[in-house]
Design a protein around this ligand. Structure first.
Ligand code: HAX
Length: 441
């Protein structure tokens, strides 16, 4: 057993014993109440999951194993000459609940490099899709084709002991994370760069190599990728991509199947696809106004037009957050440092000043502030990555870090099949008349 596995087993056994005794003593304690509107309206605010890797506070935003984004920026190891945190370090933190040293981080980079080979049939499978296919579909199809490599599935079919689930989940998670940048870059170069592919550079870190394979050699873009891959990695367990990965994984579907399922959720416009929608919406605004520097008055009018045509303002609002997303702030800071005069970034900042009071005035939007997706596209466009349909794939590569670390922990803690109770409106009506009960047995 390699040192990572020994370390994980030790931590996993201790945590599982702690949870067991916690449940033995307090398992019957009631953790909250559920209202009928929560049942009908997306289960908002119902505490029903344990996700160890990160925790979201509605006012403060995300903390990864207790660390905020500015703390990660200060404490995680950086690339030589760089100032952004390396996602390898974040994965180490989420996995082991310990801040990595420079050496730990280098070891993670080296392990991913060694595991990064993508078999040819994956590329051939992607090639079978028409070029018009959305990049997220190509990405998910690539991940599904890679499922042939699942260690977990192979061991399960041989009759694996349930005590070993976590170990093979760990192997699949490490392989998958190592291989995703290659698949994503393949999708990008196939669709947008004439099928001219760039071989990986084994001397680069995970994000630097991703930038290189996409075809962006600028150091600034590599730094952006390190920040981007860090801040998009995890957002506790209830968001659609994380929850779906966890749910599908709870059926003991292997990590490839579970991650692909989560990615299909990320591809929804109310979730990860919002990053493409933001840039599309701004490009359409620029075109309709005939300027790349719309005034705040013009932006306000365009927002009103968007709302009156029955559409949402993409990049604004959140199911949990009630303040500006610190992931938006981190990207704004990056923009102000590296591209303060960029017309698109300035438009994003003007939208930030314009949209919240308009959404507030509607009286129904619970969070009028920007989320992570309101900013990411403008930074990518600055470096030349204008093909906005690809943006959610980049989000997906990053999200693998959080959902895979969580899946390993699900298995270390021996979490069971997820199976909440559902009801019908007919039953609700009988319950309201006192004729039946709505809770499960
Ligand atoms: N523009 C217009 N209306 C909005 C809005 C926005 N940005 N955000 C919320 N609303 C509306 C809702 O559509 C809802 O209207 P109805 O009652 O008429 O249906 C009402 O305000 C109440 O919604 P809410 O309770 O504030 O928000 P929800 O928890 O239901 O939804 C969403 C959260 C993120 C889906 C929502 O804010 C939204 O659609 N935002 C725009 C899309 C977006 O940016 N998504 C990315 C979110 C972050 C993420 O997951 N990134 O990956």
């Amino acid at each position: 057993m390699g040192s990572y596995k020994e370390k994980l087993k030790e931590k996993g056994d201790a945590a599982a014993a702690e949870v067991k005794s916690l449940l033995k003593e307090h398992g019957n304690k009631v953790i909250g109440e559920v209202s009928l509107s929560q049942v009908y309206q997306g289960m908002r605010g119902i505490t029903g999951l344990v996700t160890e890797t990160s925790l979201l506070d509605s006012q403060e935003g995300i903390r990864f194993r207790g660390y905020s984004i500015p703390e990660l920026q200060a404490k995680l190891p950086k690339a030589k000459g760089g100032s952004e945190p390396l996602p390898e370090g974040l994965f180490y933190l989420m996995l082991f609940n310990e801040l990595p040293t420079e050496e730990d981080m280098n070891e993670m980079t080296a392990k991913w490099q060694r595991r990064s080979h993508v078999p040819t049939h994956v590329f051939n499978t992607i090639d079978a899709l028409p070029l018009s296919t959305h990049p997220m579909t190509m990405f998910v199809v690539g991940v599904m084709a890679l499922q042939t490599e699942s260690n977990f599935a192979k061991e399960y079919s041989k009759g694996m002991n349930k005590k070993d689930y976590w170990e093979h989940t760990f192997d699949d998670a490490m392989d998958l994370i190592a291989r995703l940048p290659r698949i994503a870059a393949y999708v990008y170069r196939r669709k947008y760069k004439n099928n001219e592919h760039i071989q990986p550079n084994g001397l680069l870190d995970w994000s630097g190599n991703f930038a290189h394979m996409l075809g962006y050699q600028d150091e600034g873009f590599k730094e952006l990728m390190r920040l981007y891959m860090t801040i998009h990695a995890d957002h506790e367990g209830g968001n659609v991509s994380a929850h779906t990965t966890h749910l599908v994984g709870s059926a003991l579907s292997d990590p490839y199947l579970s991650f692909a399922a989560g990615m299909n959720g990320l591809a929804g416009p109310l979730h990860g696809l919002a990053n493409q929608e933001v840039i599309k919406w701004i490009f359409e605004m620029q075109e309709s106004l005939g300027t790349d520097r719309p005034s705040k008055e013009q932006i306000a009018q365009y927002v009103q037009d968007t709302l009156s045509s029955g559409k949402v303002v993409p990049g604004y609002g959140h199911a949990v957050l009630r303040k500006t997303d610190p992931r938006f702030e981190a990207q704004m800071e990056f923009g102000k440092k590296h591209m303060p005069d960029d017309a698109l970034c300035q438009t994003v900042w003007n939208i930030y000043e314009t949209v919240p009071p308009i959404l507030q005035s509607l009286g129904k939007v619970k969070n009028p502030w920007p989320n992570v997706d309101a900013h990411s596209g403008a930074l990518l466009v600055h470096y030349g990555l204008k093909e906005y349909e690809f943006y959610t794939v980049m989000f997906g590569v990053s999200r693998a870090l959080g959902v895979m670390a969580s899946l390993i922990w699900d298995r270390l803690l021996g979490f069971p099949l997820e199976r909440p109770k559902s009801i019908t409106t007919e039953l609700v009506k009988r319950w309201l008349k006192g004729e039946d009960q709505v809770w499960g047995d």
